[in-house]
Design a protein around this ligand. Structure first.
Ligand code: CA
Length: 245
């Protein structure tokens, strides 16, 4: 197998395993979480403080962030606010962990943009269930063999795509691109993020190659003047999105 094929295979494998970023400074808890999440089929990465979390998110976008409230240097609440303010992470699922359990804290956590809030101590089993619930709500694609968005249906087993019931013919790269978008509908990806996720980190491809494949994907999907579902976000990248603009 060539390095390129190996990189592609890794991309496909990793796109099936949901990726959770744990942001927590207590090593024992990190290891407990890592063990339980890996056993439950998640890919795990770890940041020990808020700054590291913000950097890691840019380098390797997770599907969900498990964010402790009490962190050194920058609080979890502040990390959550910063993630929500940035276009690329505005819709990233976030579950806050905290030893604080007063109702007012819960409200503050949700106000800062967290999708769920889990008080410590918690059972790992319950936490995994909460993670799955948030992912199902936000990314139903992670559990399914077929993806659908608007009038596009993607059969991942048969490798067939239809739009409005009519077949859409895609090359392998366009197929992977569309799959990536359909797994994260509404989320904006930069060209670099698309290169990493769709082509693979070890494959050298110029950023403008992304534009070429986006154009092909648009032509294949839009055919007879159907609405363009791929949104170009100036200076940021691309998203699969029904919202015009
Ligand atoms: Ca902590």
């Amino acid at each position: 197998m060539t390095a390129q094929a190996a990189a592609r295979r890794d991309v496909q494998t990793s796109s099936v395993k949901p990726h959770v970023l744990i942001v927590e400074d207590e090593t024992a808890l990190v290891e407990l979480l890592r063990y339980n999440l890996e056993q439950s089929g998640f890919r795990v990465s770890v940041a020990h403080d808020g700054e590291e979390a913000l950097t890691l998110v840019q380098e390797d976008m997770p599907d969900l962030v498990l964010l402790d409230w009490m962190l050194p240097l920058m609080s979890g609440i502040e990390v959550c606010r910063q993630l929500r303010r940035q276009t690329l992470t505005a819709n990233l699922p976030i579950i806050m962990l905290t030893a604080r359990s007063e109702e007012g804290d819960r409200v503050r956590g949700l106000d800062a943009g967290a999708d769920d809030y889990v008080p410590k101590p918690f059972s790992p089993t319950e936490l995994v269930a909460r993670i799955r619930a948030v992912l199902r709500r936000i990314r139903p694609a992670l559990a399914d063999e077929a993806l659908s968005y608007s009038d596009i249906v993607m059969d991942l087993v048969a490798h067939r795509v239809t739009r409005g019931g009519k077949p859409v013919h895609l090359g392998p790269t366009e197929f992977r691109l569309l799959r990536h978008f359909m797994e994260h509908p509404g989320r904006v990806f930069s060209r670099e993020q698309l290169l990493d996720s769709v082509w693979g980190k070890d494959v050298y491809v110029e950023a403008r190659t992304v534009d070429v494949h986006i154009r092909r994907l648009r032509i294949a999907l839009n055919g007879d003047q159907r609405a363009d579902l791929i949104r170009t976000v100036r200076a940021a990248g691309y998203a699969l999105d029904v919202t015009p603009g």
